[in-house]
Design a protein around this ligand. Structure first.
Ligand code: F6P
Length: 545
């Protein structure tokens, strides 16, 4: 792998940003705000009811102008057009990238390999809706004639994180007499705990796997199948208690699931972009087809905004450019996602896969090693819990951690003044992070002298505030599509393929090789490095059976 000077760092917009960074990197947001009373209103953008305040960033109007120039000179517009047109922009897998087609309106047409995919998308949605109506109404009966009470989604990665995140996010709209469990880990504890209080006669399994070859999912699905057969004692039960979501009908049939009970999708849907396809069947079972379609409408509205809004008012583009500003010019290593809504408790884990699996890349589209940083580390936790755990480091540690604060004006669970208290914390945090507390202010509080340095807050910590009206299926769809496109924009500017994931392969291959070495009969001489050999030996002698 050779390192060449990339066209990105040679780009004049990039170089101008570097000089601009040298000029403003030490300017404090306190100065920026006091010199410019309108800053908090001006450095904002609004679309579809999402209000983005990006004024608490280490930027000036000039920074925004230069970042937008970088986007333009990096060919972002043509990359957006190529994706929406259905070009095979996932070059290493020779696939189109068309999650936007999953929420396209019925009268749209998007052609892949000579075929309009939109009618197929709607046909699957209709099939899902009909199935969900039957299960939700109790019409779908299990093997013994009982209705389904629990749905267990078995999947991993995009076939788990999206569905479980969205299920939790929209739980307010769920049918409460159905319960949902999500099993992903190959650790048997996950499945065992999920099943221990369930009745197989009332349980429906969704085996969700794009490829239907994923070791974790198939292992869990086979164990679930055994549990079901042990409980119901009849192969015929499988057809009533197992459905599949996959692109691989052959493997679904080989597993023993009737392909009439299979919901399909397509190779142009990436796993981490798939919960709005049939992979979201568990979500549709929970919230129903009407709410599911509202979510799709929200995503579609964001797609249109992304496709048409000028870059300096385009929410995903602005978020992406601000991320690039810190990642590539301030050398920030991570981004914290901090949702101030308990329903969004799994958003960070979902965005971790979305962003890190997409943009954790070391070579550009031409296969050259990049000479700039690509995707950041994504982490975080819902507010206010994070405040009592890791915010200390964001406020007073030595690392720069740009944060996205996500909050809603209205709560879905009005309970005393809880929501005002939550949001008071939300506003207080971004204010504290930006403005800090000076030595003079600390002294003015009359604190003991020895404590003064410990109680100073440097401030100047960048945050984006994403303020929305109310968490609905539609606004949730908008929020997720906004992040999908943010990740796309960053990948486009870094000139990497955001849609493959070769980095997960090596570990999978090595694990397959190790499996027989751990079996009781495994006695072949080990041929790994000395550390791995010794660890396997220790495991072999340490395990009881
Ligand atoms: O190993 C990574 C990955 O391929 C993800 O990209 C994907 O979401 C996950 O595994 C699950 O894959 P599948 O849906 O094919 O089981």
């Amino acid at each position: 792998m050779t390192q060449t000077e990339s066209s990105l760092t040679a780009n004049s917009a990039w170089q101008t940003l570097q000089s601009h960074h040298a000029q403003i990197s030490n300017v404090h947001m306190r100065e920026l705000f006091s010199a410019d009373p309108d800053r908090g209103q001006r450095l904002t953008a609004e679309a579809l009811g999402i209000y983005l305040d990006y004024s608490k960033n280490r930027i000036t109007d000039e920074t925004v102008k230069l970042l937008v120039e970088l986007a333009e000179r990096s060919g972002l517009r043509s990359r957006i057009d190529a994706m929406f047109r259905g070009d095979k922009i996932n070059a290493t897998e020779e696939r189109a990238v068309l999650h936007v087609a999953l929420r396209a309106a019925k009268d749209q047409s998007i052609v892949v390999d000579g075929e309009d995919v939109v009618p197929e998308v709607h046909a699957v949605l209709d099939k899902m809706a009909a199935f969900c109506d039957r299960v939700r109404s109790g019409q779908w009966k299990g093997h013994t004639g009982k209705s389904i009470r629990t749905i267990v989604n078995i999947g991993i990665g995009g076939s788990d994180l999206g569905p479980v995140m969205a299920y939790e996010a929209l739980r307010h709209y769920s049918q409460r007499d159905l319960q949902f469990r999500f099993v992903s880990n190959i650790d048997g504890t996950d499945l065992a705990e999920a099943l221990q209080d369930l009745d197989p006669a009332e349980t429906l399994f969704i085996v969700a796997s794009k490829t239907f070859t994923t070791q974790e999912t198939l292992t869990n699905a086979h164990s679930a199948r055994r549990w079901c057969l042990d409980g119901l004692g009849d192969e015929a039960a499988i057809a009533k208690h197992f459905v599949a979501v996959s692109t691989n009908a052959e493997q679904v049939a080989a597993f023993g699931i009737d392909t009439a009970n299979m919901f399909g999708f397509w190779d142009w849907v990436g796993g981490r972009y798939s919960f709005d396809s049939a992979i979201g069947l568990s979500l549709m079972l929970s919230i129903g087809p009407v709410q599911f379609r509202e979510m799709l409408a929200g995503m579609h509205a964001m797609d249109t905004h992304f496709q048409t809004a000028p870059f300096d008012q385009n929410l995903p583009v602005l978020l992406a450019l601000l991320g690039i500003w810190y990642n590539n010019f301030f050398d920030a290593q991570s981004v914290a996602i901090l949702p101030y809504d308990h329903y969004l408790g799994k958003l960070t884990a979902y965005l971790q896969q979305l962003d890190m699996e997409s943009n954790g890349k070391q070579v550009d589209l031409e296969g050259n090693a990049v000479d700039y940083q690509t995707g950041p580390i994504i982490w975080g936790a819902p507010g206010t819990n994070g405040q009592h755990a890791f915010y200390q480091l964001i406020h007073q540690g030595t690392k720069m951690i740009p944060c996205d604060f996500i909050g809603f004006c209205e709560t879905l669970n009005p309970l005393g003044n809880h929501h005002d208290l939550l949001m008071a914390n939300f506003f207080a945090q971004t204010e504290a992070l930006a403005m800090g507390k000076t030595e003079a202010e600390v002294r003015a509080d009359g604190v003991d002298e020895f404590q003064v340095p410990h109680r100073i807050f440097a401030g100047n910590h960048p945050t984006n505030t994403i303020l929305m009206g109310r968490l609905t299926s539609e606004s949730f769809g908008q929020l997720i599509a906004m992040y999908e496109h943010k990740v796309f924009v960053q990948g486009a500017i870094w000139n990497i393929n955001s849609f493959d994931q070769w980095g997960v392969e090596l570990g999978k291959v090595l694990a397959k090789k190790i499996v027989p070495e751990l079996a009781p009969s495994g006695s072949e001489p080990l041929q790994h490095d000395s550390s791995t050999n010794a660890l396997i030996e220790r495991y072999r002698s340490g395990k009881k059976s």
